[in-house]
Design a protein around this ligand. Structure first.
Ligand code: ADP
Ligand code: MG
Length: 590
């Protein structure tokens, strides 16, 4: 239960609802725990008591007392549950929102450590469980303890007037005894519930893999092994689910047995003490009214255990410390439009133990076009991701126009950078929407111009719906090249002074050599450009080439200079020469 306390702060805007719910809860509790036994105490003796005759009207009025108390109890009970549920749902809304904004806020590198299915399962299954806990618990959270309190007050009140101490003492003895099964089962329930939710995440992961890896699974004939893994995971999940159901439903009966023992004890004591039926009836009422809450509080606590397990999983995400932070408003240097100078000074970076970048230093002049080449795994993609701060260097600094990127607000920093990644993601929406992501306020003409530059305009207008064509989930209706071109158009539309491409020019490969050169030099016009070379043929227009090997910058210069001085560059170039059109030039140059 304590796990939920921090979330009470979300109640602030709804405190009126909350206090009204509390008030209704108090009315409910008093009418059930105190008034009902009280009615029994006052009404029954008059109806069955000393045999004295009453006229019909008096009987009716006296008898009406019972439905009246029930009516008050019903109405206050309704408002209590309704209002408290409202508060519960509002709290959940805040939990969902903080989960989602965390997903939007966290550094992109976080997602390589976590699995999509698991995150989706947390967002859906775990929040659903928290919701269930909050709403179910809301029904009983206030009124049961208060009803218990009211019933106990009645018992004490009776004991003060009737001196039936032993009787009442025994009735109350059951209260602490009932706590044992609650505690014992609660702990198990919590463990199993947590396990169940982890397994739910595993199942979701397998599901997302089956969807995203549909082609791989088919071509490698992995259907059977996937199915088997799925069945195993589902069986594990069912197993834990049944455990949860078992502990959950053992609780109520255990408490019932304990409290029925209490009741039978009460009977015996009542018999020995020679208590009359009129005295016994209201006490039995009060007893029933106090055991009922004990049982419900027991169930409530087990629900909280289950909900807490879900909440903890959500908190692992919402409480994840973001390591890449914006500078405070007081520290931030403002940068409206960058000239586009980029400088790395002795930059080192590691994902884990092994360094991925070591002592990398270079400077790119505003408007300069630079290519980065190197063997696969050299650290090229890592290098460019330090510029928009997808990662921060472990040591050294990255500067734009002389400002450390860590001193710029995300807005100022990222507004100045456009990136095209190797596998760009398109979002649900039309082609136009997807391109417009680069500049939401762009006119239709600007969108079209960007699409022309990216050589995708002709394709788009050839479709019946043109720019209004739905791109499909993750752009699945498009070829890889078409997706890249949309992403290129998106990047141009942004008109940022720094344009970065990570092996993103395969989109242009189907064009003739000359056209690629033309296209690229028009794309990189007026900007500082960094491109990770996909093909050597696509980097002829650049001013300078950086050669990266095992996280170190090993050489820098023009193509001709590097062919002369850098053996790694020569090797990379000649390797590709055999398979690429660049080879003609290479062979003739040798
Ligand atoms: N998210 C990551 N977590 C851990 N290691 C990574 C991650 N991304 C890349 N690496 C590792 O860092 C090294 C450089 O990767 P990368 O920058 O992608 O190289 P390149 O783009 O030159 O092929 C590789 O050894 C790769 O395995
Ligand atoms: Mg790469």
């Amino acid at each position: 239960m304590n796990a939920f306390l921090p979330y009470l702060k979300y109640l602030r805007p709804y405190r009126f609802h909350f206090w009204m719910a509390m008030l209704a809860g108090v009315v409910f509790a008093v009418s059930s725990g105190f008034s009902l036994p009280m009615m029994a105490d006052k009404v029954f003796p008059r109806l069955f008591g000393d045999g004295q005759q009453m006229d019909g009207l008096t009987v009716a009025v006296v008898a009406m007392g019972i439905p009246l108390v029930f009516a008050i109890r019903a109405i206050s009970g309704f408002f209590n549950v309704y209002l408290i549920n409202y508060c519960g749902v509002r709290i959940l809304e805040s939990i969902r929102a903080s989960f989602f904004s965390k997903i939007l806020e966290v550094e992109p590198g976080y997602f390589t450590k976590s699995r999509t299915g698991d995150l989706v399962s947390r967002m859906s299954a775990d929040t659903a469980l928290v919701q269930l806990t909050l709403t179910e618990a809301a029904n009983d959270l206030i009124r049961q303890p208060l009803t218990l309190l009211a019933a106990v007050s009645f018992l004490i009140y009776k004991s003060a007037s009737d001196q039936q101490f032993a009787f009442i003492f025994l009735c109350l003895l059951v209260v602490p005894a009932s706590v044992f099964p609650v505690r014992a089962l609660g702990k198990r329930l919590f463990r199993k519930a947590k396990q169940q939710q982890v397994e739910q995440g595993d199942v979701s992961n397998l599901m997302t893999e089956a969807v995203s890896g549909a082609r791989e699974i088919r071509i490698f004939r992995a259907e059977a092994s996937f199915l088997e893994r799925f069945q195993r995971k589902v069986a594990d999940l069912l197993h834990s689910q049944m455990r949860v159901i078992k502990y959950f439903h053992m609780l109520s009966p255990s408490i019932e047995v304990i409290s029925s023992a209490g009741v039978s004890l009460a009977f015996v004591v009542a018999y020995i003490q020679g208590i009359t039926l009129e005295t016994f009836m209201p006490l039995l009422f009060a007893l029933y009214m106090s055991y009922e809450p004990i049982k419900k509080i027991g169930v409530l606590s087990s629900r909280f255990h289950r909900g807490k397990a879900a909440l903890e999983r959500l908190e692992e995400i919402t409480g994840y410390p973001i390591s890449i932070l914006e500078p405070g408003a007081d520290r931030a240097i403002s940068l409206d439009r960058a000239r586009g100078e980029i400088e790395f000074t002795d930059v080192s970076f590691a994902y884990g133990e092994e360094p991925t970048l070591e002592g990398v230093s270079f400077r790119i002049q505003p408007g300069e076009k630079v290519a980065v080449v190197g063997p696969s795994g050299a650290g090229k993609s890592t290098l460019i991701q330090l510029i928009p701060r997808f990662y921060d260097p472990a040591s050294g600094s990255v500067r734009i126009d002389g400002n450390d990127v860590r001193d710029l607000s995300f807005e100022d920093l990222r507004r100045n950078i456009a990136i095209v990644l190797q596998e760009p993601v398109l979002f649900a929406g039309t082609f136009e929407d997807n391109i417009r992501l680069g500049k939401p306020e762009a006119t239709a003409e600007q969108v079209e111009e960007a699409a022309r530059k990216a050589h995708i305009h002709d394709f788009i207008v050839s479709l019946p719906m043109g720019y209004k064509t739905e791109a499909g989930e993750r752009g699945t209706q498009l070829s890889g090249g078409q997706r890249q071109r949309i992403a290129l158009a998106r990047a141009f539309l942004k008109e940022a002074p720094i344009l970065i491409m990570d092996e993103a020019t395969s989109a242009l490969d189907s064009e003739s050599e000359e056209k690629i050169q033309l296209a690229l030099s028009s794309l990189f016009e007026h900007v500082t450009g960094i491109m990770i070379a996909h093909r050597f043929s696509s980097i002829r227009f650049v001013d300078r080439i950086l050669v990266l090997d095992k996280g170190r910058l090993v050489a820098s210069g023009t193509h001709a200079e590097l062919m002369e001085s850098c053996s790694l560059y020569r090797k990379l170039y000649l390797n590709q020469a055999g398979t690429d059109d660049a080879g003609y030039e290479a062979r003739s140059a040798v």
